[in-house]
Design a protein. Sequence first.
Length: 574
Amino acid sequence: MKKILLVAINAKYIHSNLAVHSLRASAGGCKENVFIAEYTINQMKDDILQNLYIQKPDVICFSVYLWNLEYVEAVIREFHKLCPSVPIWVGGPEVSYETKAFLEKHAAVTGVMIGEGEDTFRELCEYYVSAGECLSQAEELMIDGIAYRNQMGEILFTPVRQPKNLSDVPFCYDDLEEYANRIIYYESSRGCPFSCSYCLSSVDKKLRFRDLELVKKELQFFLDKKVPQVKFVDRTFNCDHHHAMEIWKYLVEHDQGITNFHFEISADLLREDELALISTMRPGLIQLEIGVQSTNEVTIQEIRRSMKLERVKEVVQKIREFGNVHQHLDLIAGLPYEDYESFRHSFDEIYALWPNQLQLGFLKVLKGSYMYENAKRYGIAYHDEPPYEVLYTNWLSYEEILKIKCVEEMLEVYYNSGQYEVTMKLLYAIADSMFDFFLELGQFYEEKGYSGMQHSRIKRCEILLAFLRGKKNASEELFQEALTFDLYYRENCKTRPDWAPDPSGYKEMTRTYCANGKMSHLEPFHYHFPEKRELGADRLPVRRANPCWVVFHYDDRDPLDHQARVEYVGTSFQ
Ligand code: SF4
């Protein structure tokens, strides 16, 4: 039996590769011939090579993305030396543009499946399964959507593959065993109606939806199997109001209290009835990723994004007030017409919305995108190697990009980690600009030689306290208590920070209020800190003479951020 091996090299173990599973499910009568091998980029290349060799495939196909291109190239080179007669095919966004150049560069590669792969792969499988023993070089191939090398070594392109009806793509998750502890990816629409200049989804304008009844049936399968998380890969999930509403309604009606569904949406497209429905959802039923990218109107226009910023802000704030949905907002540094000041402003404006996560990314100039075609005009210099990240632009120098990277590092540690929630809210009251705050903190890390190292949470607290020492309004006692609150908010710390009071002084109270042992913790505070749903503080709290006693309950955590439930006991400020 001919063996066709689909290889996916993922960025992390918890990721699964929807593409290869969808290709195997689409292989029709050849499905039995198709095998999947999944690895991660953290594995040794040689281990992967050995494993691929041992599997003795007759044909091997690699799924190529931005994060694994160099890795795949290296594996292909060596694999071809070991098995020169095995045809090597590649597919994926990273090889679907400038395909000729890719084939010219990689003599070991037989061909490329360009764009949407399901039907192309099935036909390719049929060709190889029915072909004779000699598989070393493709002859004349009557398969649409490929570029390949013929026996003369010439590179040939076949007609473009027409987009598939998305409802005809088979469901690929009949066996969930191999996905234990991994994220499941699901597609209910393909393509995007928008035209953002840096994005490859804007190139293929053929937006298609999977039949809603089919989608509901498949979602029910995930619900029945109680999978922890399903990530929709739909580029803008809510671009069709009816489609989004039907799916969300179904999830609300069939929620089993466990599965979390992730969606990328355009916040300004959300209507009031969608918001009303979202407000009724179980905390943690859905999470939303919202691309803002910039708040500079000229930039937004230049990158051809359609976004009503004020509506985005309004929607994000409303959802935040519901308190049941994790929101993740994205910004991109290095876009046209966005200089350092403008980016700083974009950052502060979006930070003020207090998303659960604020992801600060750097422009990637992707082959095939409008940005790629216009990079020269914008004076954009970028890395030659994937992920083709921006180095500088007409508006932003490399030095400024480095400063933004410094901000990003601190943002990840102190904000996106969610480990310093209360402290971050207080710092908002003393910082004129959180962008400047993170930059100064990052520069302090560099000066003291702390950058690029792993530090314990307590060490991070100590560094922050040292940084704040002597700063206007930054009372050391206030921030020591805030950091103590944050430490216990997350976990019943084994190591107590040096500045925290000696707990033997309130042993008796602890016994009274923490009857369930290690599952709770009692701590005194002289300040009343911002509560969960509150935004950053306008002013700092005043010190009270008598402490307020707080019990942290670790057996009752917030489903969105996993912080302990907080209970005020004994003498209270309230
Ligand atoms: S960035 Fe998002 S909205 Fe814009 S084209 Fe790409 S997928 Fe569509």
